[in-house]
Write a protein that binds this ligand. Sequence first.
Ligand SMILES: NC(=O)c1ccc[n+]([C@@H]2O[C@H](COP(=O)([O-])OP(=O)(O)OC[C@H]3O[C@@H](n4cnc5c(N)ncnc54)[C@H](O)[C@@H]3O)[C@@H](O)[C@H]2O)c1
Length: 354
Amino acid sequence: MASNRIVNVGIIGLGGMANEYLRNISIIDSIKVSAICDVNQKLLNIIGEQEGVSQDKRFKNIEEITASPEVDAIISVVPNNLHAKILELCILYQKPIMAEKPFTLNFEEAENLNLLYQKKPIPCMIGFIHRYTPSFQYAKKLLEANTIGKIRHIDVRYHQSFGTPLFNVPYLWRFNKTITGTGALGDLGAHMIDSARFFIGEFRSISALMKTFVDKRRDPITGEERHVDVDDFTSFQAILENDVVGNFVTTRNAIGASNQHEVTLYGDYGTLHVSINRPNEIDIFVRNKSNENPVLTTEKVPETYNKTILNDFAELILNKKSQNTPNFYDGYKNQKVIDRIIYSAEKGHFVKVD
Ligand SMILES: NC(=O)c1ccc[n+]([C@@H]2O[C@H](COP(=O)([O-])OP(=O)(O)OC[C@H]3O[C@@H](n4cnc5c(N)ncnc54)[C@H](O)[C@@H]3O)[C@@H](O)[C@H]2O)c1
C-alpha cells in the first residue's frame, strides 16, 4: 500500500460504467488510477492517455493487472460473466476489490465464490451505487429515527427505456444469457433488491413474473437476427423482514424513463419517497407540529449525506471502516434473491428465499 495514504487502483473494463468511476475518482484525493485493463486496445490507448497511465500499466490480461505489485486494489467493471473470475484472483492475491453488480452470473457461482472468500476474506464492495444517492442515505436515517412509524409496505421500481422497439438497439452482451446471467432482473432488479435490503432487511418469500417483450435483435456484426434469451421485464411481490410487503417492477421498455429508480416507503404514520432522478430531494408525508393530517413536503437533503461509493471504498481499505457499505455478503444475498425470483417465475407460485 502506498505510504502517502493513496489507494492505487487498477480498473478492469473500460466501457460505459468505467467512465462513472473515472469521473468519481477525479474528485477523490485518496484514490488514484495506477493501472487499467481491457481487451479493447483502442480503449486502452484512449483511457491510458486521458488518465496518464504509463504503457507498462496498460494490461490486456486480468491476472497480470491483479498480480501487479503497484496495484493496491481492483475495480471490476467488466461484463457480468467475468466478475467472479476477477474476485477469485483478488482473493488469491489478497487484493481489495470493488466489483460491479450482479457480481456473479448465478447463485451457484456466488456459492463457490463464498467458499473461497470465507477462507481468505478481503476488503470487498459491490457496486450498489444507488444506496449512495443522498436522498436514499437521508431516508435511511429518517427510518432509523422512526419518522414514519412501523413500515408496512415498500414500493420499488426501476425503469429504463433503451430496450423498447422504438430505439431498435442491436444485440449486445446484455441480451446474451451466457454473458449476462439475466436481463433487466440482474441489471436493474439487483438494484431494487439492494434498495429493499438497505431500507427494510432480508427477503423471506417471493412470487415473480418474467417476460421478454423483444425477443429478437439484429447482430451489429453479422447483420443477422439473434434470439434474446433473457428478460426485459420482471415484476415480483415479496414478504420481507418484519412482515413488510414489497412490490417491485423493472423494465427496459418504459418509454419516457431513461433511468428511473424510485422507492416509496409506507409506514403507519407517514410515507417517504425517493428517486435517483431527484438525488437531493425527498418527499415526506408526515403530520406537522400542529398534528394536522400528513401533507406532502419536499425537503432538500442536507449536504452531509453527499458521498460516493468510492469514498467508502477508500475508507474501507485505508482505515478499515465500513458502515452500510454494500459488501460481499450483500452481493451474495442479492444473487440468492435473484435465483429465487427466477425459480418462482418458472414455477408460477410463491417460493421461500431461505
Ligand atoms: N452500478 C451501476 O449502476 C451500473 C451501471 C452500469 C453498468 N454496471 C455494471 O458494470 C459492468 C460493466 O457494464 P458496462 O455498461 O460498463 O459494460 P460495457 O460493455 O460498456 O463495458 C465492459 C468493458 O469490459 C471490457 N472487457 C470485456 N471482456 C474483458 C476481459 N476479458 N478483460 C478485460 N476487459 C474486458 C470490454 O471491452 C468493455 O470495454 C456490468 O457488470 C454492469 O452490470 C453497473
